[in-house]
Each structure stands twice: as structure tokens, then as C-alpha cells.
Design a protein around this ligand. Structure first.
Ligand SMILES: [Zn+2]
Length: 690
């Protein structure tokens, strides 16, 4: 069997850890003497710090999205999903005690506090209370283990073998961190401290991969919370735990830097080390360089993140903003698809990357995923989801498609509650909720930063005297180019306000109290430092121009601002039932979809594409075809030989100049494109014709 160079990494990892130790020592020393952002021991303060989840109140269309989730699966999964409903392990029962309950809580907890919803808070508190109340004296926590039931003895530091998988506890730590940020519950910090002490004492005898490769591939999430707690308590032993987990987990940072991993992943879909190509693991692995940079101050990790993310999107990127991830990374052909878990996990990783690095490229990437990939994969009521969505998706139905997956029954593409595998049903709740809770960050100099945008209200404290401030962010973004920030204060206060200007925006205009104040180029953060008074208003104008981007097999996507547009296709929904996987929907169309875009339009899209604002974005906005607020009108021609084969639309290859060389109909037809996030069926990656 061929051994790929990157797979020798276990040995290299040890060497690199040592090298990194010395390198980080040198870098830390250099940074310590030159920068105030660095604290003793190499630990780097975030550029932008998270705010408590309940500081932000969603408004407008975003509030409606979260209310739909509360009325639907996020608010009620514990009543309908057997793994959570039946004798739950996280409530002391003998039922499921693995990942799905913590997955659900990881989205339900922020939802409860974002909406200040009493009932949902009570629901999630049952699991949090049980977890906090049933920590073993050793620090171990989680469902009663099989050995504990057999022996009647609780897990101790000397009997860590009687414990179970580290992985689901990593999710529960994220749940507890959000809960603590919202409530300051005094039980959480001592609880976590005891657990990390337990890990420090037992990781040699019971290392991270002991029970599952899931834990080994996802160790960065464990590290993330250990380091978050270090930020609270400054207990240096937490950094030792973090270092130990790093050494025992997948070497994502090294692989991102080495590059042969991402190339091999494009060509190999066999069983060898497949967990290193598993899309959800990769989405989570994006945060690996982030947390290790934070701990060590070693800028090699910043390079690893930039290189790794860029390589991932170059080799495996799809127009909706995420890499192909049907278990394997699967290249950039528009017939490929992505698992919903991979999307929400990649979003969360980017939210961490934004905080620690402050780099705008990750902010642009987060918006692209959130406003395009995320809404396309769930139904209006948030009760059904696709396990995998496909970029050019001309039918949603049972079938094998282009997925390299061992599951039978062909249920991975349909829209169902229990179709495919149920990880996404439990995990999809963290997407919108954490996007909302990261709409604002605090700056180290006691100011605020709006780094991606949606309607909301922020209440927090700013300035040297911790003055209370309310900021209403009033906007229809991402559908509108204007964002207003209305500032309410009891007294005047000085603080910096950081605003991101997206890279797609050529030149932003900033108005202060209605008067032109500043202009700014895209791809940077503009900082307004002044003494603010009650009633001040900042307006950010981000002119959106139509452009095209280049994707797999030399296809083109049409974009405008943060949104990618897809061909509007009539949808016919059919409800079906599978004996094992329950109710689900097929979505089929009778609309013609086999169009290429005319090359003159592709070359000059800003002039040739008509933009029509056809519907206001009301309070009841839902991401669907009926509500699509904007349409683009373009001309295209039919490619008669472009047909469905094995349920996918095999992408016609285009020549180097971008033109499809096969048969094309003479007649140019006007096509309607709508925001990708409003579609279930679409062509988004178009061939180009003359
Ligand atoms: Zn999933």
C-alpha cells in the first residue's frame, strides 16, 4: 500500500511539536518585547473578543429565522427525536449518551438566550443541570458509563479506562461555555477546571484517540475551551492540557501547511486514513491552526490557516461558499455536494478564526457560507434538511448521485427529518444561532466591531468607564447595500467602532449623522474613534455590483455583493415515506435548466445583467423561492445535449477561453436568477456559450 508522505505525520508531529515549541518560544519572545497583544507564555489575546450570547437581539428577517427554529426542530427536537427523547444518557438514562444531545444543545442554548425564551431555557437547563450536578469527584463528567453501571464505582483518575469517548464531552464544553457567557452561573468555571485537571492527569493512560477517531480528529474543539477557560482563570495548567490534546489529535495545521494532504484528498477516496478527508472533520479542523496560534503566538499557524483554507477552496470549493464534503473531500466539480454538518462546523471555525486573527478574508468567507449554503439546505419550517446539497442541483430525490458514501437506500439528497444520517438533524441548530451571536465582537481597547452584518440590536458596555450602549443595526442586508447603526447612550463616551468593508465592495461610503464622513476600499476594517453621543447614526453603504466568478470545469457563477445567484426553476414538491427513514420530500422541476451564459455577458456582467428588486424583505421573510427579494435578468442559450445522467447534470467542459464547444441553440433566452439561498433546485455554475 502506498504511504503518502503526509501520512508519515505521526512521527513528524512529535518532531514538529518540539520544533514548534522552540520556534514558538523565539517568536513569543520577539512578540512579547514588541507587542502588547501578547501575554506571558506566548498566549495571544484575540483581536476581537466574543460577547455574551444574550448581548445581541436578532431583528427583522433574522429574528423570523430564529423564531421559525424555535417553533420547529430547534425548540422541539427533544420531543420528536428518539435519540434525545428516549431515556437520555445526558439525563442519567440508559439511552443515547453520545453526540446528538450535545449537538442539539449547542444550538438550542444560544437560541434560548438570543430569544430570551423562558420555556426553551427550562428545557436546556435540565441537561445542563444534570451534567453539572453529576460530575464525578475525579472531574470526569457525562452519561453514566457502561463500566460504572457494571461495577457501581464512579470513574476516577486511576480508572480512566472505565470512562467513555472524549468526543461528545468536547461539544458539551462548548454548550457550557455559551451558557456561562449568558448567565455567569458560578458552577461552570469550577466544573470545567476539575474536568481539565482530570484530563491532565489521565491523558497519558487514556489518550484522546483511545475510544474513537472522532475525538482524535476533533481535538481542537477540546483545546478551544481549555484555552477559553485559561482566558478566565489564567491557570497555566490549562495550557499544558491544551498542548497535550494537540499532540494526541490529528495534525491539521501541519497538513494545511504541507499541502500534499489536500491534493491527495482530491484524488483518493479509498479507505486509507479516510477520517482525514471526512468533510465535517475538515470543517472542524479549520480551527486547529487558530487555537494553536492563540496558545503559542507562532505565526506559522496563521500561515497554515491561510494556506489550508485557500487550498481547500481552490481544490474542493463550490460556488455556495463551502468545499465539497460528502464524507470525502471530493473536488470542485459542480455535481458535487456538501453535508450540512460540514457547513455549520466550518462556520463556527471561521467565527473563531475571525476573533483570533482579525483577518477579513474569513469574515467574507463566513458571510458567503451563511447567506448562500446554509439556507438552501433546510425547509421553510426548519424541520427537514438535506444531508447533502449539490451545487448544480436539478432534482432532489433518492439516488446515489456523486456521493462516495457507504449508506444504502439512497436517501442522502432528499429533504427529510431523519433521512441520511441524523447527525445533521441534531447539529444544524448552531449555524444561524452562532452566526447571530457573533454579529458583534468587543475590541481589546473597549470598543465594538461589526464584522459581518444582519439586522439586530446590541446592548453592552464600552469605553474606560464601562458605559452602557445600545446599537440598533437596521438593515435588509444581505439583500440591501445600506446598513444603519443607531447609537443610544445615557452620556457621551469615547470608543472605537470597527466596521468591515467586504472584499467584493470596490469602495464603501461611510456617513456620520447623514453627512459623508469617509470612503474605504474593500477587504479592510475601517475604525471610527470618537466621542459618541446619544442619537449618533453611522451609515455604511456597500455598493453591490454584479460580477462573475470561476469554478470547476471552467464554469461561471453570477454574484452580487455577498450573494451568489442561481437559475430560478419551478419546484414540484412530492411527499414520500421510507419505512426506516420516515417522511421526506422530493423536489422536481419541469423548467428547462440546461442553459449556458452568453460570453459577452460573462465578460461585462456589471453592465449586461439587469437587477430587479421585486419584493421587500418583510418581518416574515423566509429563504424560499416565493420570497426571493431580488432577481437578476441575464441572457443564455440552451445546450440540448446537457442532460441528467444518474441524477446529476454532468458539467459540460468548456475550453480554455471559457466557451463550450458542443451544440448550442441559436435562440438567446432571458433567464431569471435568484439568490442561491432561496433555491432548492438551480444551476449556479454555468457553462459559457457564444
Ligand atoms: Zn451531519
Amino acid at each position: 500500500m502506498v504511504e503518502f508522505p503526509l501520512y508519515k505525520s505521526e512521527k513528524r508531529k512529535k518532531i514538529n511539536t518540539l520544533q514548534n515549541f522552540f520556534l514558538s518560544f523565539i517568536v513569543s519572545y520577539a512578540l512579547c518585547t514588541s507587542s502588547t497583544a501578547q501575554t506571558a507564555g506566548g498566549f495571544v489575546k484575540e483581536k476581537y473578543m466574543e460577547l455574551p450570547v444574550n448581548a445581541i437581539k436578532p431583528k427583522g428577517w433574522l429574528l423570523n429565522q430564529l423564531k421559525i427554529m424555535r417553533e420547529g426542530s430547534t425548540g422541539h427536537l427533544d420531543e420528536v427525536h428518539n435519540k434525545i427523547k428516549n431515556d437520555n444518557g445526558w439525563l442519567g438514562g440508559k439511552g443515547d449518551g453520545w453526540e446528538e444531545t450535545p449537538y442539539w444543545l449547542d444550538g438550542a442554548v444560544p437560541l434560548a438566550y438570543l430569544l430570551d425564551d423562558k420555556d426553551l431555557k427550562e428545557k436546556v437547563l435540565r441537561y445542563i443541570n444534570w451534567t453539572l450536578d453529576n460530575q464525578r469527584p475525579s472531574g470526569y463528567f457525562g452519561p453514566i458509563t457502561k463500566r460504572e453501571r457494571q461495577t457501581g464505582r464512579k470513574v476516577t483518575t486511576d480508572s480512566c479506562q472505565d470512562g467513555e469517548d472524549w468526543w461528545p464531552k468536547m461539544i458539551m464544553l462548548k454548550v457550557l461555555q455559551q451558557y456561562y457567557m449568558a448567565t455567569n452561573d458560578p458552577r461552570v468555571v469550577p466544573f470545567m477546571t476539575r474536568y481539565f485537571q482530570y484530563q491532565l492527569k489521565t491523558l497519558k493512560a487514556c489518550p484522546i484517540p483511545k475510544w474513537t477517531e472522532w475525538a482524535q480528529s476533533r481535538g481542537a474543539d477540546n483545546v478551544l475551551i481549555a484555552q477559553w477557560l485559561y482566558g478566565v482563570t489564567k491557570d497555566p495548567s490549562l495550557l499544558r492540557v491544551a498542548e497535550l490534546i494537540h499532540a494526541q489529535s490529528f495534525a491539521w495545521s501541519e497538513w494545511f501547511l504541507g499541502r500534499d494532504w489536500v491534493i491527495s484528498a482530491a484524488t483518493q477516496q479509498n479507505h486509507v486514513r479516510w477520517m482525514t478527508r471526512h468533510g465535517v472533520n475538515v470543517g472542524m479542523g479549520i480551527k486547529d491552526p487558530v487555537v494553536h496560534y492563540q496558545r503559542t503566538g507562532d505565526t506559522i499557524y496563521l500561515k497554515a490557516l491561510r494556506t489550508g483554507f485557500n487550498d481547500l477552496m481552490t481544490l474542493h470549493g463550490l460556488p455556495f461558499g463551502v468545499f465539497s464534503a460528502d464524507e470525502d473531500l471530493h473536488g470542485n466539480d459542480p455535481t458535487q455536494g456538501t453535508e450540512l454538518c460540514a457547513i455549520v462546523e466550518a462556520m463556527f471555525s471561521l467565527e473563531q478564526a475571525i476573533g483570533v486573527t482579525g483577518e477579513t478574508r474569513y469574515m467574507d468567507a463566513l458571510e458567503r457560507m451563511t447567506f448562500n449554503a446554509l439556507p438552501a439546505q433546510t425547509t421553510d419550517d426548519y424541520n427537514n434538511k438535506q444531508y447533502f446539497q449539490i451545487a448544480n442541483q436539478v432534482n432532489i430525490k433518492r439516488g446515489v448521485f456523486n456521493f462516495s458514501l457507504p449508506f444504502e437506500r439512497g436517501m442522502n439528497n432528499v429533504l427529510g427529518m431523519r433521512s441520511g444520517y441524523t447527525c445533521c438533524l441534531a447539529n444544524m441548530h448552531q449555524g444561524w444561532t452562532k452566526f447571530t451571536s457573533h454579529l458583534w465582537y468587543a475590541t481589546p481597547d473597549k470598543g465594538l466591531a461589526a464584522l459581518h452584518f444582519s439586522p439586530n440590536q446590541l446592548k453592552t458596555k464600552v469605553g474606560d468607564d464601562n458605559t452602557e450602549v445600545t446599537i440598533d443595526e437596521v438593515t435588509f442586508y444581505p439583500f440591501s447595500s445600506t446598513i444603519n447603526f443607531l447609537i443610544s447612550l445615557q452620556r457621551e463616551v469615547s470608543f472605537p467602532l470597527h466596521l468591515r468593508i467586504p472584499a467584493w465592495c470596490k469602495e464603501a461610503g461611510i456617513l456620520l449623522n447623514g453627512q459623508p464622513f469617509r470612503k474605504g476600499k474593500g477587504g479592510q476594517i475601517t475604525i471610527i474613534s470618537r466621542k459618541w453621543k446619544n442619537g449618533d447614526k453611522v451609515t455604511l453603504e456597500l455598493p453591490m455590483e454584479v460580477s462573475t466568478s470561476n469554478w470547476g470545469r471552467n464554469s461561471r457563477a453570477v454574484e452580487r455583493g455577498p450573494l451568489v445567484y442561481g437559475l430560478k426553476l419551478e419546484e414540484h414538491w412530492q411527499k414520500e415515506t421510507d419505512e426506516k427513514e420516515g417522511d421526506y420530500f422530493n423536489v422536481l422541476t419541469t423548467s428547462a435548466w440546461n442553459y449556458g451564459l452568453i460570453d459577452s455577458i460573462v465578460k461585462q456582467p456589471a453592465n449586461a445583467v439587469q437587477v430587479r428588486e421585486i419584493k421587500p424583505v418583510g418581518e416574515n421573510f423566509v429563504w424560499n423561492l416565493a420570497n426571493a427579494p431580488i432577481e437578476l435578468k441575464v441572457f443564455g442559450k440552451k445546450i440540448p445535449d446537457w442532460k441528467v445522467v444518474n441524477d446529476v447534470a454532468p458539467q459540460p467542459v468548456t475550453a480554455r477561453d471559457g466557451l463550450y464547444m458542443g451544440r448550442v441553440e441559436d435562440k438567446a433566452e432571458e433567464l431569471t436568477l435568484v439568490p442561491y439561498g432561496c433555491t432548492k433546485l438551480r444551476i449556479v455554475a454555468f457553462p459559457v456559450v457564444r
